[in-house]
Write a protein that binds this ligand. Structure first.
Ligand SMILES: NC(=O)c1ccc[n+]([C@@H]2O[C@H](COP(=O)([O-])OP(=O)(O)OC[C@H]3O[C@@H](n4cnc5c(N)ncnc54)[C@H](OP(=O)(O)O)[C@@H]3O)[C@@H](O)[C@H]2O)c1
Length: 446
């Protein structure tokens, strides 16, 4: 494949994967490109998997191609087709018919190239196409598993592949902190991030399947956790990113490690436009882990139920086993989805949590804190997971001085200060982005 064309295909597959993310779980966010070749020109048609029960990426591409062809049969008389998919096409009747059948019906489609194997299909996707006369192959062999082409799968399909093979979605741990690593004050809401970073927070909520928080955060911040398109649109994120990307103009981002953020930022305007058109389709489920009983949750609980009606996405309540009885007795109206082992049981707790997330069909889970929850899930963190530290350029003292809150000096005594857990700070930075008054440090465990 010519270098220029392969980069164009790779970029478009990344963009289409991003379009799919956040709206198609439990299905994988698959991207597809149909290359239409006529003697004088080449055309790329992109497709992304739609909501569950709707079209897979391959069918989106083929439908688009049929429309184009029917409009101008003369122009495409001598056409040849080639299909690129980020994951091998499905070969089973699920909510929709098998994609392999639609591909086989396309006489002029001779070559199918896929990036990742789908463990759910037991190798039957490309094999079926090959057995029926198509040239079908994977672009990655086991040998070059670490090459840059794998980053397409790592960036967009890791959560799905991990859920299918290990009953474990990918976790994205996001935290805001001051320059010196303070993430909060016990019992007091401490706004740290500036508007572009808040916009990014909403973008991540839109692109991941669920948002998860712990009890201390519920009590202190009473967050909504829904995706709010107006906050994203008004956040200046797009212009801040375009300024910072100019500084990095010569860097070829597609040659480097983690592709998700790079691709998200490069396509930021197109992604925001798409979200503006259909923001309700990109609402995450909101997941809350209740711990020690605290009566302050009553209002929060009814507020979340109202939000469910508005967003059409569920508020899911989980509870630690040691506190289940008291919650049932005092607030029987809370309908718990499941009961978790007690947090002090470390690995057992995280293992059960991941399993529940997997059972709900989440591929990608955004963990928004607080520090206690991060530490609780630390034991189960692995290489697929990501850490996003939104670090303010201001020190804690400056942030506090700008706040007009009574007793703030007393509250910000050392014993009330919450710092970002060490395991997150110590994880190596794989990318660093300038978001104006904050920096985004993208880290991963190695
Ligand atoms: N900067 C950020 O990005 C960010 C994000 C989220 C939250 N935060 C801040 O982090 C703080 C919350 O973190 P966290 O570590 O306390 O909790 P957390 O991680 O949200 O939840 C974990 C644990 O919170 C404890 N908890 C804390 N306060 C409680 C209360 N008043 N009532 C009942 N249980 C309570 C419980 O354990 P125990 O029984 O052991 O206390 C619970 O199991 C808040 O100040 C919040 O503003 C900051």
């Amino acid at each position: 494949m010519q270098k220029k064309l392969s980069l164009a295909i790779y970029k478009e597959l990344s963009f289409q994967s991003l379009l799919a993310m956040g709206s198609c779980a439990p299905n994988p966010p698959v991207a597809c490109i149909l290359l239409v070749k006529v003697p004088s020109s080449i055309k790329l048609i992109g497709g992304a998997t739609e909501a569950p029960g709707e079209r897979h990426a391959e069918i989106v591409c083929l439908d688009e191609w049929h429309k184009l062809y029917n409009k101008n049969k003369n122009k495409f008389r001598a056409h040849k087709l080639r299909l690129y998919t980020s994951l091998e096409p499905c070969n089973h009747q699920g909510r929709t018919p098998p994609c392999t059948q639609s591909i086989l019906a396309e006489a002029n489609l001779e070559v199918i190239l896929s990036w990742e194997r789908d463990p759910f299909l037991s190798k039957s996707g490309l094999a079926t196409l090959a057995q029926n006369g198509k040239r079908a192959k994977f672009l990655i062999s086991k040998k070059n598993k670490t090459s840059s082409v794998t980053s397409l799968g790592q960036a967009f399909l890791s959560g799905y592949l991990s859920r299918i093979t290990k009953s474990r979605p990918r976790f994205h741990l996001k935290v805001a902190c001051s320059q010196d690593g303070v993430m909060g004050i016990r019992g007091t809401r401490l706004p740290i991030s500036h508007t572009p970073a808040s916009g990014l927070g909403h973008l991540l909520r839109a692109k991941f399947d669920a948002v998860l928080i712990g009890m201390g955060t519920i009590i202190t911040d009473k967050p909504r956790l829904d995706f709010r398109i107006d906050t994203l649109e008004q956040s200046d994120l797009a212009s801040v990113l375009s300024t910072s990307s100019k500084k990095n103009r010569n860097k070829n981002i597609y040659n480097k490690g983690d592709l998700f953020c790079d691709s998200l930022f490069e396509n930021i305007t197109r992604i925001i436009n798409q979200l503006s058109k259909s923001h309700l389709s990109y609402q995450p489920e909101r997941v809350f882990i209740l711990g020690r009983y605290n009566p302050q949750i009553a209002d929060f609980f009814s507020f979340q139920l109202r939000l469910t009606k508005k967003t059409h996405k569920e508020a899911v309540f989980l509870v630690e086993k040691r506190y289940h009885k008291i919650w049932k007795k005092v607030m029987p109206q809370i309908n718990f989805y499941d009961v978790l082992p007690s947090a002090y049981q470390g690995k057992k707790f995280t293992f059960a949590l991941r399993k529940i997330m997997s059972k709900r069909g989440y591929n990608e889970v955004l963990v928004e804190g607080g520090g206690g929850l991060f530490s609780m899930i630390k034991k189960g963190i692995d290489q697929e997971d990501r850490i996003y530290i939104l670090r303010s350029k201001k020190y804690f003292q400056e942030i506090v001085e700008n706040l007009r809150v009574q007793n703030i000096t007393k509250l910000s005594k050392e014993k009330n200060i919450l710092r970002v857990p060490k395991f997150m700070i110590k994880a190596p930075v794989i990318k660093d982005y300038d978001l104006g008054e904050d920096n985004l440090e993208l880290r991963m465990i190695n």
